[in-house]
Design a protein around this ligand. Sequence first.
Ligand code: PHE
Length: 454
Amino acid sequence: MAEKSISGRGTWGSKIAFILAAAGSAIGLGSLWRFPLMVGRMGGAVYVFAYILAVFFIGFTEMLAELAIGRYSQKNPVGAFEAIRPGSGWKYLGYTGVITTIAILSYYAVVAGWAFGYLYKTIFGLFRNVTWESSAAIFDRFVSNSWESLFCFLIVMGITTYIISRGIQAGIERFAKVLMPLLFILMIFLAIRALTLPGAGKGIAFYLKPDLAKIDVKVLFFAIGQAFYSLSLGMGIMITYGSYISKRENLVSSAGWVCFSTTLVAFLAGIIIYPTLFATPGLTPEKFAPSLGLMFQTIPLVIAKLPGGFLFGFLFFILLQVAALTSTISLLEVPVAFLIDEHNWRRSKAALFLGGISFFLGIPSALSVGASTALTRFGFFNKMDLLFGNVLLAIGGLGVLIFLVYFWGIKPALEEIRTGCPRFRLQPLWIFNVRFLAPLAILILLIFIKTVTK
Ligand code: PHE
């Protein structure tokens, strides 16, 4: 956000700066931790393909819609709907985004806390000579120790709140710019090692050989949910980011790059995890029941198989921490920007207040992975993720599409998109998707999902 635009809002220094910042928000635990977990829960390769299709047909469509609304209105989500359709009540859609980001942040930062815990565990050499059993036990012991997991959660939330209260996210993003390509290179190393483990074939088959009989409403719904989650859509993050893009930039190729890089990271995460998992003696796809710890339990196994594994492990968990932090920052920035813009709060006060709310809201999630029997049995964490991370994102995303088509208009939206992109070759496909395919798919799946999640 280097230069100031005419309207006085900051703009991104360049197209690449925007892509890296948006990719910083997008790439995070959603791709590295949640995607492989969902693949396991949904039965493997069919879900991988459903996810890729969902990104291409629905995620990309939605991202372009959100960026266009943001750049046109130059506002935060609540202000954006109000600016385009004053007094229409559409601003309440912006409010749901504000609430959704706080709720997602509350349990997302718990997982980011686990990543923090793994950083010092790696430094203390806990994963030397690790086996599947010991790795699973280390995770279980860690998350059922309420003091330790709450401490890690508090650290991550504290760092996020501090960065947002000082308004220094741009500084962090500059730093992340260098580190994210490094994460990508490291993941390629880990993927090559995982693919060459003896017995990796079973994992590759589980991950890439689709069994079409497994396609159902649930798989499709959670594929769209994951596309929204990993691309930070459906809650106003990309509207806010769009408001900082200069009119000279090409929204279409920017959105395309963000979708592509996020999907690639998610895909690589699965390529590392599944071959490693099924190359482990005794674990077959039939016996395998994925838990929230899937990524944390599996990564140490492949790292242990690399020469100089300690160094790789240390580097991986540092980079994971940075990836998680750039996402927690973007989640907290939406409600903070709302309180500053619409209610004239001071930045530091807004950050402390909302960071505090997210922390307290996150405590039951942190305790529901073993530490508290009652909360674990109730499945508090999974319920939060289902409600906010899937259903509300889908509703928010659907709302944006309906707003664009019926209340703003395809024509002005296209005008905005074509500013900076005179040759929009996917235009007919985008119009079809934004009008029919994306809203109908989300609507139908939302209606039917009740019958399958009972
Ligand atoms: N998209 C980011 C991730 O996948 C963070 C995020 C998650 C943002 C959910 C919004 C909603 O890690």
